[in-house]
Design a protein around this ligand. Structure first.
Ligand code: BES
Ligand code: ZN
Ligand code: ZN
Length: 518
């Protein structure tokens, strides 16, 4: 989908479909909806006057109504999309509503669509505090961009209904507003493409996307975007003494892949990098299929475990965006990819393995493989000079039990790093909820015969046990752990997205990186 931004009156724009957003400005809980359009175009307001005056359209978030041959407009159709209540309006609703417009247009065969930039100043101050223009523009493009994806590439009866061009029509503004809208538009384009890149990886079946193939695709992306990329396998794991990662990998006929993607900021001429400049390490769990290994999972729903590489995909997607947004901070993306299989060469419960850091791990359950590969990934990131770490992983079913599928789990050993991430998610609009990983929980991973064990001694607080395990390898380095098991796959259809890979965490990780950019 090509995205264009034009500055003109929406009424004069020739298009099969013009979208305009509407909010409910009624005050009070039980008040009837009172609909207002977020446009200052009189022609658009007039064209929609009759439907707005009726009580057929309530303005709920994602609600849609379409008018054909709207009077006074060059557009063939006018689509009105609800944003919900004006009082609670944020850029997040704009992201979703823009997505709803795209998903309305796509199955109806529209190839070119337009969206009128939401002019929140069209409302009076009593209804709304104006939203920041850059974020508004960015969220709109993100929402439209991620809504365009459908996961039907493996169907022979697939009809390509891709939208060719999306035009955002903003009114002619002051120069500063125009610039803000342009900046947000460009950032939104970069972020939605990066998120879609990650989602497409997650969508791939395990027989196609082996660790080797994941490494190949990461390398191809890096080549295209100008990032350095190294892809290693079994030999390198042995050389680095990555005993935890190698233990998981050895059960499969598919060799593992250790991917290292590096972004170096360009320094101004004559400048040398500051000695204490941060280096950010992005570590992703890349289990291309998780059978559970010898501690085999039950057959029910096992096919879903192709998405056990969504953490790795998030990091590759984040690097995709970072290469284009060019923050002034060094970033190293590390993917630890393997297939978790039961076999004659697989690791077993009761085994004791030595991680790269030297810590010994007693295996209680081979299905707790994600923390094994990440243990070595996190330690390796530190040896490469990373001063701050973030990992993303579909790590535990327990996290889904705790938080459901709305918030992903977040753990951190450092409040300042956590604060930076909190700022990032205010911009990204993604939802993470912090859970504890204080030393009180350390007994949960205490082993009788090794330094630690790979599952909790108790079945309670399983997401925390996993985080405590990872914390042993982050040690004193400021670190964030994102458990995205419940959020990496959309289980429900919404007006703004289909079922399937969500691309969770890409936008937040990129934004977190940008908080370190001078
Ligand atoms: N990949 C799974 C976690 C998972 C569960 C992801 C559900 C997505 C949805 C992980 O490797 C796993 O199997 N974890 C075990 C850990 C247990 C053995 C301590 C779990 O959560 O049951
Ligand atoms: Zn597992
Ligand atoms: Zn897993």
């Amino acid at each position: 989908m090509d995205m264009k931004l034009v500055f003109q009156d929406a009424a004069g724009f020739q298009t099969p479909l013009l979208t305009v957003f509407a909010v409910d400005v009624a005050i009070g809980k039980d008040a009837d909806p009172l609909i207002a359009l977020l446009t200052t175009s009189d022609a658009v307001t007039n064209a929609a006057a009759a439907i707005i005056a009726s009580d057929e359209f309530k303005g709920a978030l994602g609600e849609q109504v379409v008018l054909h041959s709207p009077g006074g407009l060059k557009a063939e159709r006018l689509l009105i999309v609800g944003l919900g209540k004006a009082k609670t309006l944020s850029v997040d609703e704009v992201r979703k509503a823009a997505g709803a417009a795209v998903r309305w247009a796509k199955p109806r065969g529209m190839r070119q669509i337009a969206i009128a930039f939401p002019e929140d100043h069209a409302l009076s101050d009593e209804h709304l505090e104006n939203l920041p223009c850059t974020l508004l523009s960015r969220a709109l493009i993100e929402g439209a961009g991620i809504a365009e994806m459908d996961w039907d590439t493996y169907r022979s009866d697939r009809k390509d209904r891709s939208i060719e061009v999306l035009t955002v029509i903003a009114p002619e503004n002051e120069e500063s507003t125009t610039r803000e809208i342009q900046t947000g538009f460009e950032e939104g384009r970069i972020l939605s493409e990066a998120q879609n890149f990650a989602r497409a990886l997650v969508n791939e079946p395990g027989n196609v996307l082996t660790p080797t193939e994941l490494g190949r695709r990461a390398a191809a992306m890096c080549g295209e975007k100008g990032l350095k990329c190294e892809v290693y396998s079994t030999e390198k794991l042995e050389e680095l003494k990555m005993g935890a990662f190698a233990a998981v990998a050895k059960g499969s006929a598919q060799p593992p892949a250790l991917v290292v993607m590096t972004y170096e900021p360009k320094l101004e001429k004559g400048k040398v990098p500051a000695k204490d400049a941060p280096v950010l390490g992005l570590v992703g769990k890349g289990i291309t299929f998780d059978t559970g290994g010898i501690s085999l999972k039950s057959a029910d729903g096992m096919e879903k475990m192709k998405y056990d590489m969504a953490g790795a995909a998030a990091m590759i997607g984040a690097m995709h965006a970072i290469a284009q947004l060019k923050p002034s901070v060094k970033v190293i993306g590390i993917v630890c990819s393997a297939e978790n299989m039961p076999s004659g060469t697989a690791y077993k419960p009761g085994d004791v393995v030595t991680a790269m850091s030297g810590k010994t791990i007693e295996i209680l359950n081979t299905d707790a493989e994600g923390r094994m590969v990440l243990a070595d990934g996190l330690h390796y990131a530190k040896t490469l000079g990373c001063t701050h770490l973030i990992d993303a992983a579909t790590l535990t079913g327990a996290c889904v039990v705790a938080l459901g599928m709305i918030n992903a789990g977040l753990f951190s050993n450092d409040d300042e790093t956590f604060e930076n991430f909190s700022r990032a998610i205010q911009v990204s609009g993604e939802k993470f909820w912090r859970l504890p990983c204080t030393e009180d929980y350390k007994d949960q991973i205490k082993s009788q015969i090794a330094d630690i064990m790979n599952t909790g001694g108790t079945r309670w607080g399983g997401a925390i046990s996993a985080a405590m395990f990872l914390k042993e390898f982050a040690e004193d380095t400021p670190w964030i752990h994102l458990d995205i098991a419940g959020c990496a796959w959309n289980e429900e259809v919404k007006p703004w997205h289909p079922k399937g890979p969500s691309g969770t965490a890409v936008r937040s990780i990129v934004e977190w990186v940008r908080t370190y950019s001078a």
